[in-house]
Design a protein around this ligand. Structure first.
Ligand SMILES: Nc1nc2c(ncn2[C@@H]2O[C@H](COP(=O)(O)OP(=O)(O)OP(=O)(O)O)[C@@H](O)[C@H]2O)c(=O)[nH]1
Ligand SMILES: [Mg+2]
Length: 314
């Protein structure tokens, strides 16, 4: 019996095919270009949620309960846990496995982690392409979780339509939130571990901070929720705010703009990857070596060398 074509297996949400496709993408295997080309006509339907915040804030615990709210509505969900520090992946990291294991036998839930595999800069590229594949596969919601507050995490969050920023009382005051760049990307704030002291103080600070950022009464007002991730307290309200934000995006045409930015970023990443690859080939070729030789001997300066490379690259 002839096996089904690749795209049909993706559309069937065949676990093995999805896992293999995502591994190729994660490894930046040249095959991933063909994968994206095969699936692209099916993308653009999914809601893409991002969840970020300091390590250990309780994001995965919250995601575990958010999955339940999505499933209650009979919608399907794919979760991508992005782990910049880990060269290992190909499955969920151990902690996530434990925290989300109750969903592993549910066909409507797909969980996968993505590490760097030594391609630090390519993490948002891999994650974006993973989102494209899962979108084409027909998942209603794609949830991307990143841990940390660095540039990589902020870059990855750019691909989400709705970003939930999770903070905890002990992660410091709101000044640190301002400095970390989380303020600019947050559509919904969550103060998790609200069973601990100081949670109310952080909420009050966030209320003041978000009000300072509002200029226009028609603008989206960033909601602030108190939660307890392990028990799921307050998660229903977070899910409602995410839905409200998605509605707001649709009404204000912002969803279109976010999608355009998403696609622009994809082209830019392809351009970057392609240039680097060609440059690396060229620099070790005979003509590349000649340019380097002339540069070393000061026959040309770095900008002239760049021009010579550029002529050969395009
Ligand atoms: N006290 C308390 N502990 C919590 C709460 N939510 C999560 N935790 C605990 O916090 C720890 C980290 O939870 P995770 O859900 O793994 O946090 P995370 O943000 O996904 O962690 P990383 O992905 O490693 O950054 C676990 O030990 C949880 O049991 C909460 O509301 N209150
Ligand atoms: Mg986690």
């Amino acid at each position: 019996m002839k096996s089904k074509p690749f795209i049909d297996k993706i559309r069937d949400q065949n676990r093995l095919t999805l896992a293999r496709a995502l591994s190729k993408i994660e490894n930046r295997d040249p095959v991933s270009r063909q994968i994206i080309s095969d699936i692209f006509s099916y993308v653009g339907q999914a809601q893409v949620w991002g969840i970020t915040g300091p390590p250990g804030a309780g994001k995965s615990s919250l995601v575990n309960h958010l999955i339940k709210t999505v499933r209650k509505k009979n919608k399907t969900i794919a979760v991508i846990a992005v782990d910049p520090s880990s060269p290992f992946s190909g499955g969920a990291v151990l902690g996530d496995r434990i925290r989300m294991q109750e969903h592993f036998s549910d066909d409507g839930v797909f969980i996968r982690s993505i590490g760097t595999r030594g391609h630090q800069g390519g993490l948002s590229h891999s994650t974006r392409e993973a989102v494209l594949v899962l979108d084409a596969a027909g998942f209603d919601v794609i949830l991307v979780e990143t841990a940390g507050v660095g540039q990589t995490e902020l870059d990855v969050m750019k691909l989400a339509q709705t970003v939930v920023v999770v903070l905890v009382p002990e992660s410091g005051d709101s000044i640190q939130v301002m400095k970390s760049g989380l303020m600019e990307i947050a559509d919904v704030f969550v103060v998790n571990k609200s069973d601990r002291p100081q949670a109310d103080r952080l909420v009050r600070e966030l209320v003041i901070m978000t009000q300072m950022g509002e200029h226009d009464s028609s603008e989206w007002k960033i909601p602030i929720h108190k939660t307890q991730g392990v028990k799921g307290v307050g998660v229903e309200e977070v899910a409602q705010s995410i839905e409200a934000h998605q509605e707001n995006l649709k009404k204000s045409n912002k969803k279109e703009r976010i999608y355009e930015e998403f696609l622009k970023a994809e082209i830019l990443d392809i351009l970057h990857e392609d240039l680097i690859e060609n440059f690396n080939k060229l620099v070790s070729s005979e003509s590349g070596k000649k340019i380097l030789f002339d540069l070393k001997n000061k026959k040309i300066d770095p900008y002239q060398a760049f021009k010579l490379f550029k002529e050969k690259l395009v």
